[in-house]
Design a protein around this ligand. Sequence first.
Ligand code: EPZ
Length: 434
Amino acid sequence: MDKFVIKGGRRLTGEVTISGAKNAAVALLPAVILCDEPCILENVPSISDVNICLRILKEMGAEVTSLGKDSYRIDPTNIDKCCVPYETARKMRASYYFLGSLLGKFNKARVSMPGGCPLGDRPIDQHLKAFSALGAEYTLSQGMIDLRAEKLTGNQIFFDVVSVGATMNAILAAVKAQGLTVIENAAKEPHIVDLANFLNSMGANIMGAGTDVIKIRGVEHLHGTSYSVIPDQIEAGTFMIVAAATKGDVLVKNVIPKHLESITKKLEKIGVNIEQFDDSIRVWVDGPLVKTSVKTTPHPGFPTDMQPQIATLLTLAEGTSIVTEGVWEQRFRYVDELRRMGADISVDGKVAVIEGTGKLMGAPVKACDLRAGAALIIAGLAASGITEIEDIFHVERGYDCMEGKLRALGADIEKVSFPDADAESESSARKTAI
Ligand code: EPZ
């Protein structure tokens, strides 16, 4: 097992370069299946969720060649399987994008029910609604979803809730369907636009991505392309808060400032200084941090994937702040761990009330999901003393070389391996049992 050991209290300064967007890459990689020729993808983040996608593509018969740092050539023309193995797929939520791409290409797909972060109920009814609207039938059995269609025909799809995943899957399934598909109440996140741009670069006909109405005219053929994944909006926001929480001065490079607008505005309200450039953003603090209220909503609102991080920052601000989670049922499981570091936070359903104490103390804590892990790293960097964070595999699902980037900014952080007591005791128990 690995853990991060952080000696907090240092001001972080310098430059950090943001990697490709996790939530774009995990959709663009399955989308390659739709292409009728090899594709080149650049700026792909080196994270475990991407490695799982690459493994699934290889297991299906695609030829995957690494072209050096963050770039891959993927030839999908020999894919001969339409099933994503249970053991591989259940490791991450985004495996369900193989449903949309396999259905869109082969009129059939078999993928396990999605895994992913424990954020409360994570249904896929809107995904299935989209597939059915296009003419597919589905069955659920033994934890697997089976999709089949005689043929896919364009149709009207109205989502009952704004869903990133369902919007992505509707696009993937519709891009080769016969005729026009109109998606209404679509999600507008930057990674939705990135998927549409990637498919359009192959010759797809997708209009309106980034708005709540997306129109797709099905095409017969998708030719090869070379495409670069957009920078990760959430990694950028996370490093902006790292700079603010340590009262540092950091230039965050390889960003699209427009994608960070809601984060920038909120940080300025808290008293953080922000200077924007074409593809970078400088963040520094030279005064007190003050309370504010935050509610997470779908894009262009404040991103839910930044909620644990901004809540952690607000424990260091003066006054009482309110954080409302507007997307997920339960995204405050990290609060117990922050309390171990001296945070004064009370949670009632989807609302957290944070009494800013201005300081945190190092403690042994555990990451419960990807962004909670990022929040605990921020807390450890700002805290006095030593913080040890276990279950950092969550963080490595979505952040490319986090500790290396933090060390380059002056952080005292180390990844340490230690024997997993539970596994050891379990294996010795098995030995005695045999
Ligand atoms: C994506 O999850 C992201 N994951 C999540 O990021 C992110 O929090 C979320 O979008 C919202 O932005 C990936 O892109 C891989 P949703 P997704 O469908 O697609 C409900 C991270 O930290 N819903 O937009 O699963 C759902 O319960 C991760 O990077 C239905 O009711 O999220 C939720 O309340 C965590 N029925 C809301 O919609 C459905 O069929 C938004 O979910 C689908 C969703």
